[in-house]
Design a protein around this ligand. Structure first.
Ligand code: SF4
Length: 458
């Protein structure tokens, strides 16, 4: 692992490998999800592993043009009220098929803007959850995504009361011109106040800030100022995402004037500077886009090779069945992925019929399981233990994946990975190309080719 970190990043190499590739929050990816009947997933709810619960709270007042999330835009209180009522009914339906006495290891609220719900409404949602799931693991990770524009001390009181210990603040960029161009006005003072409220509560173990590079009017100079301001906030983790401009998939992105987007060269300069900035300020780079202080558990987990990846990104808490509630939520168990309806009407109709509001997904076959294991290990820990894999699956790795190993030679010759007798190790430049490096193991991508359904890897 150390050798990966000691080397600098060779940016010259990056552009050459860039192509459209999945982000691998799942394998098979969501593109492979097919219509599924709720009864097909019921056998997959019978495990006894701990649970990781995800709640999607989809409402936002207005659209940020870069947004790739599943959002319902509204300012109506009645919609939130109705949504909570349906969440209650949905929880009741899941409880028929899922043993809710299983221990809960993680709870995450995403959106949308979860704190667009009033403190009283959020309290109601937490109560619903705790009344359905009575058993919680000691040290369970309870997290929420917060938009500082919709966050008050009263919200924090509720979060404290219900055990929230991790907060992720959406920032993206502090430059006013960029903020105007993406329709998200969020002054620095407002964000600072939100971070202070969280810190003063005394219960938040980790504060994360999300940034995006590649937004309109961003330049190296403008982003330097954003980074300085982020430093003032002193977060435990920072995620710096590469803006994926996919206007053919996301209507809101069509409002962005493409001529104002930074060039690939400028983006590379911004990202290179960002890496140096955080490393010079006591953070360590984790994966393609995360930075963490050495005392943060994300960093400790990668040192031990125990980082995991799921739909919310990197996590230190693996080994759980993920169950998603609410509109569009995705669940993941050992052998299946399944997703709730994306359309509010269809979601509500399924619940009114007394059915799980699941409409599509994929049941993994034996081949998928092998490939999922390899891809997820490499995506999360940037190393792959061949021996451990062979012991676990009883498969001779070199024989089974002869062709894939052949394809990996390109990366070995490019000094992005090392293929040892018992391990594949990805070096620091390689971590930025990890989506490309795991591609040979993706059987579905092989059939599909370099298609535009995915964003560019670099
Ligand atoms: S970025 Fe966040 S606040 Fe903006 S539209 Fe998307 S989910 Fe809503």
């Amino acid at each position: 692992m150390e050798s990966r970190r000691e080397r600098g990043i060779d940016f010259q190499k990056l552009a050459k490998y860039s192509k459209h590739a999945p982000r691998y929050t799942s394998y098979p990816t969501a593109v492979e999800f097919k219509p599924l009947k709720p009864e097909e997933i019921i056998p997959h709810l019978k495990g006894d592993k701990p649970l990781s619960l995800y709640f999607h709270l989809p409402f936002c007042r207005s659209a940020c043009y870069f947004c790739g999330c599943n959002v319902v835009y509204t300012s109506k209180e009645s919609k939130r009220r109705r949504y909570i009522d349906y969440l209650r009914k949905e929880l009741d339906i899941w409880s028929r098929y899922l043993d809710t006495s299983r221990v809960v290891r993680q709870l995450h609220f995403g959106g949308g803007t979860p704190t667009f719900f009033t403190p009283e409404e959020l309290e109601e949602v937490y109560q619903l959850i705790y009344s359905h799931f009575p058993n919680w693991e000691e040290g369970a990770e309870i997290s929420i995504e917060i938009d500082p524009r919709f966050f008050s001390r009263e919200h924090m009181e509720v979060l404290k009361k219900y055990g929230v210990n991790r907060i992720s603040f959406g920032v993206q960029d502090f430059d006013p011109k960029t903020q105007r161009a993406v329709n998200r006005i969020q002054p620095f003072d407002l964000t600072r106040e939100a971070v202070e409220i969280a810190r003063e509560s005394g219960v938040i173990e980790s504060i994360n800030i999300d940034l995006i590079y590649g937004l309109p009017y961003q330049t190296l100079e403008s982003f330097k100022k954003t980074l300085q301001l982020v430093k003032e906030l002193d977060p435990d983790r920072v995620a710096v995402f590469n803006y994926a401009h996919v206007p053919w998939l996301k209507k809101g992105m069509r409002k962005i004037d493409e001529t104002t987007l930074p060039s690939p060269e400028e983006k590379l300069k911004i990202f290179k500077y960002t890496i140096d900035f955080f490393e010079n300020n006591g953070y360590l780079m984790i994966g393609m886009d995360h930075f963490a202080k050495p005392e943060d558990e994300l960093f400790k987990a990668i040192e031990k090779g125990e980082l995991h990846r799921n739909f919310q990104g990197y996590t230190t808490k693996g080994g759980a069945d993920l169950i998603g509630f609410g509109l569009t939520s995705i669940s993941e168990t050992d052998r299946a992925y399944f997703q709730n309806y994306k359309n509010l009407k269809e979601y509500e109709s399924a619940i009114d019929r007394g059915e799980l509001p699941v409409f599509r997904g994929v049941i993994l076959n034996g081949e998928d399981l092998l490939r999922k294991y390899i891809i997820m290990e490499m995506m999360a820990n940037f190393a792959f233990d061949i021996k451990r894999f062979e012991e676990r699956f009883g498969v001779n790795f070199r024989e089974k994946f002869k062709q894939e190993l052949e394809e990996l030679k390109e990366f070995e010759e490019g000094e992005l990975i090392e293929i040892l007798d018992d391990k594949i190790i990805v070096n620091k430049t390689g971590t930025l190309l990890i989506r490309n490096i795991v591609l040979p193991f993706d059987e579905y991508y092989r059939k599909m080719g370099n298609k535009k359904v995915f964003s560019k890897s670099v």
